[in-house]
Design a protein around this ligand. Structure first.
Ligand SMILES: [Zn+2]
Ligand SMILES: [Zn+2]
Length: 341
């Protein structure tokens, strides 16, 4: 069968791999839709550097086409997937921090979402697959995983209906964080970025106000929108130290900042310790997604509390995966989803 992997730097490559086998309790999926994540773009840019080759894609919706002995699913079931599940039993899992589980990636989609067949091991089949709500298209449901990441971030910041939330970043993850914060009742939700067409989508669908940081002062604009205080919660969905530092300038005393975007090793920020001590701010981060977050994201999507349609700006057939990756890499639109025959 065919799978899409990272090739030479900047290129995707199609390779022929053996069809994965189903283990007892696990299932085999025929992909229906798979979102392209900035993580996939990162892997493609870096290129293949040896070792086993995993398929790109982890935002997967599929149909069960084979089941292992004792599996809880049936052939024909349509499911949204968490890309991995924590063990449920280690120190971190028992402390309710699933994405710190050291075994997180031991139960994951194989060989990855962008392949003709995807094996789901037992633990993932049992705890990380969710029935596709009938109200959702497969493209929309493919966003359950990234939106689940935002559910985790919004949870980490304890966002409630009395909070103002600033999202730094107007990419797909920034807009999804704004959408989830809005679904929690946060007001105002403010999105800061530097891409006019993305800020326009944010303003129309997900934010009460937007700030173009190329020509507006972030701290001042957020102060104006929050009675001079600054935002209760700041979520930084841009992979840079400067973005976190500018987010800190717009955070109110006692507020919470979440470093949402992954950053390269060695990335450091300058923090005025007086802001931590006297202004008693909270610094958090969130990485990845737990199965419960994917489940909640599906609920937000199926109940219409998060409308993902404006986020999906490119739908490409499996054969044109390279274009889907380019669509995300070029930042021409927002989110690209690959669909399968
Ligand atoms: Zn992703
Ligand atoms: Zn664990």
């Amino acid at each position: 069968m065919k799978a899409v992997v990272a090739g030479s730097p900047g290129q995707v490559e199609w390779i022929e791999v053996g069809e994965p086998t189903v283990e007892p309790g696990g299932v085999l999926l025929r992909p229906l839709a798979c979102g392209i994540c900035s993580t996939d773009v990162k892997l493609v840019r870096a290129g293949y550097s040896g070792g086993p080759r995993y398929a790109l894609g982890h935002e997967l919706v599929g149909e069960v086409v084979d089941v292992g002995e004792g599996a809880k699913w049936q052939i024909g079931d349509r499911v949204a997937t968490a890309p991995y599940v924590p063990c449920g039993d280690c120190y971190y899992c028992r402390h309710g921090q699933p994405t710190l589980c050291p075994h997180l990636f031991e139960n994951s989609l194989h060989p990855g979402g962008l392949a003709e067949r995807v094996a789901v091991p037992k633990a993932l089949a049992e705890r990380g697959l969710f029935p596709l709500p009938s109200s959702l298209s497969v493209e929309m449901a493919a966003l359950a995983e990234p939106i689940g990441c935002c559910v985790q971030a919004v949870e980490a910041c304890h966002v409630t209906a009395v909070d103002s939330v600033l999202v730094v970043g107007d990419g797909p993850m920034g807009l999804m964080n704004a959408a989830v914060a809005g679904a929690c009742g946060a007001r105002p939700v403010i999105v800061a970025g530097m891409t006019p067409h993305r800020l326009a989508v944010a303003r129309e669908h997900y934010a009460d106000a937007v700030v173009n940081v190329n020509d507006q002062d972030l701290r001042q604009r957020v102060a104006d929108l929050t009675e001079g205080r600054g935002a209760d919660v700041v979520i930084v969905a841009v992979s840079s130290a400067e973005a976190v530092e500018s987010g800190l300038t717009a955070l109110r005393p006692g507020g919470v900042l979440n470093a949402f975007a992954g950053v390269p090793q060695g990335t450091t920020i300058t923090l005025d310790l007086r802001q931590l001590h006297y202004q008693q701010i909270h610094l958090t981060g969130s990485f990845g997604v737990g199965p419960e977050h994917v489940k909640q994201a599906l609920r937000l999507l199926s109940e219409g509390q998060v409308d993902a349609r404006p986020l999906i700006t490119g739908v490409f057939p499996f054969e044109r995966t390279a274009e889907a990756v380019a669509h995300v890499a070029d930042q021409a639109g927002l989110k690209a989803v690959v669909v399968f025959e």
